[in-house]
Design a protein. Structure first.
Lengths: 346, 346
DNA sequence: GTGAAAGCGCTAACAA
DNA sequence: TTGTTAGCGCTTTCAC
């Protein structure tokens, strides 16, 4: 109230005194634990309300839980993440858990480690790591300390659960769509990856695999053309520049992410070509960017809210039973055709 | 290591034993506090490293600080916020403070209150509230509990610091730009606001005021035309639909935010008009959306990273001295003209 | 069903 | 400079 004069917090002791019971009893009511009669419960609840009591999560954490779930986001700019967060918070709405998010630092393994440690040190009851770039051993190290769900990364582990969209299927949807329109020279822009561990687990690598498989399935194995840059707008720009320098231009470019596609569009625009008349462009993630009318990008929808909801459910499950076998959820993506894809020029 | 067998945390006691000193000494070293010889310091640091000790923030918080700063974001989808976060984390990089973000729940006062309470209960050392919609009294209630900086909201208080861009000047930049191109019928889309408190403090309202003032200053007082919807894409769409139904069409629409402008573009597109030939459109915030080549939206840049950096500095300052007088920082915006604005049709 | 008392990991008075 | 000793607000045995 008074500037600087922070009035002392109402504690469990105040509540106990007010309700004329012990602090133990108050604690039991707080946790909905066994061992308090309905009458006592009511009395304590009333006292809590009258005093405006709110439990101090940090103190609870010293013995029990903090009722906090940490979500590490690799890149807060990626418009795909809000969907996941929405699904997450929606699924957690009627629980006592609060979600706090930490900026992981775009593709920076060290920053990611700092963030995960910071969350562990702050007593998170559970953690959700979205598309982490950390090594598998680091992920297992995190999972050993606190229940963990990995989102958007393939590869299974006994120590954590995971939720991801089926990127092989997603890539096949794009290639199928383009091939169906009559395209043969379909190029792909990938995120460069050297680490063998991650090569097998990261979405980008799996999408590239899916692209290869699908091209082969459509009898276009000879047309496979992958440029590796990064999953950023600049990466897309750079990749497209390389593709536009090819002696035989591709008639379609499948970008591994919507942001990448935005860079592609820029490069194509600068080259004086038009989309989709001269060249088709497809993205991935069906972010809000893709839906913008002036953009209207064909993309693959990963059902982000469902991913988030599944992650929340798995996490609560594991917080309740840390010993249970790990689970992997794989969700089917869908294609969202828009105005950037059309039949190739005749 | 073993599944379920979380090996006990290394504590200050272990470090003390290993270094053959008292826990007090370890604590002093940890806090860089006065009262430990260089030799002792080195010994303790070595022990910490050898044991892989990491302080447990929640426990520190029970007596001292948690070294955690909570940032409440009203809408994680708004692409303006990442810039603020970048400025914030950059400014905090070399400190011991960690940033955790909480989703505030788009324009929902209750959700906002839940989030701020949750952060206080989790022992945040300081809080940064970005464009909060809460009542002034709630903001002061938060500030009474923990050092607080309010970002993106006008109006000053003795109990908290604030950082905002000069929205009057920003609106004047847009109107000046459009008037300079020869426009007279410049309409504005605003975020509807009824609460008198917030009417004076929220950015949207101030932008509308700035629009009115600037129109008058350019001798266009008679052309003032404001449509009030919401600061969302749908709001922009709706607002534009209303404006396009006017007997005399506006030749330019100044949307109060980039996302709003995206909705405007959609409505204009559907009406079969082209931008900027038939109608000019300007946004506000210069988000990454505006820069996208297919969008290329004229907008006002608020220097989000600077806003974030200032907020961080003010907060650290106030954590160090809670009694100091409150400060208000106002930053000058700049205009970024792009392809959606041009002279009006002849 | 209820409560006394110990303790979670750390910081802060106060002595030595 | 160093260590002893109380707590911080809550949960958890373990008696009653």
């Amino acid at each position: 109230m008074e500037p600087g004069g922070q009035s002392r917090r109402v504690t469990i002791v105040d509540v106990a005194r007010h309700a004329e019971v012990s602090t133990t009893t108050v604690s039991k009511v707080l946790r909905n634990a066994y061992g308090a009669s309905p009458a006592t419960r009511a009395k304590v609840r009333k006292a809590m309300a009258e005093l405006g009591y709110r439990p101090y999560a940090a103190a609870r954490g010293m013995r029990g839980q903090t009722y906090t779930i940490g979500v590490m986001l690799p890149d807060i700019r990626n418009p795909f993440f809000p969907d996941i967060i929405d699904g997450l918070t929606e699924a957690l709405r009627d629980t006592d858990y609060q979600v706090l998010m930490g900026p992981g630092g775009c593709n920076d393994e060290q920053a990611e480690a700092r963030m995960t440690e910071a969350m562990i040190d702050r007593g998170m009851d559970g953690m959700i790591l979205v598309a982490p770039v950390s090594s598998r051993s680091h992920l297992e190290h995190v999972a050993a300390a606190v229940p963990t769900v990995i989102v958007g990364r393939h590869g299974r582990s006994a120590s954590y659960d995971s939720v991801a969209a089926d990127d092989i299927a997603g890539a096949a949807l794009v290639v199928g769509h383009l091939a169906g329109l009559g395209h043969r020279r379909i190029a792909h822009i990938d995120h460069a990856e050297t680490d063998p561990d991650r090569l097998a687990e990261m979405s980008n690598a799996v999408r590239a695999d899916g692209y290869r498989e699908a091209m082969a399935a459509h009898g276009l194995a000879d047309e496979i053309d992958i440029v590796s840059t990064t999953y950023t707008q600049e990466g897309g720009y750079l990749g497209a520049r390389l593709l536009l320098d090819r002696p035989r231009l591709p008639t379609a470019i499948f970008a591994g992410a919507d942001v990448v596609a935005m860079g592609v569009i820029q490069a194509v625009d600068e080259a004086g070509l038009s989309i989709p008349q001269d060249i088709s462009v497809a993205g991935y993630d069906n972010t809000s960017l893709a839906a913008l009318v002036p953009v209207s990008l064909t993309s693959v929808d990963q059902a982000g809210t469902h991913i988030g909801a599944h992650a929340a459910r798995l996490l609560l499950d594991r917080i309740a039973d840390r010993g249970r076998p790990s689970a992997q959820v794989k969700l089917a993506p869908t294609l969202v055709p828009r105005r950037t894809t059309a039949p190739p020029p005749a």
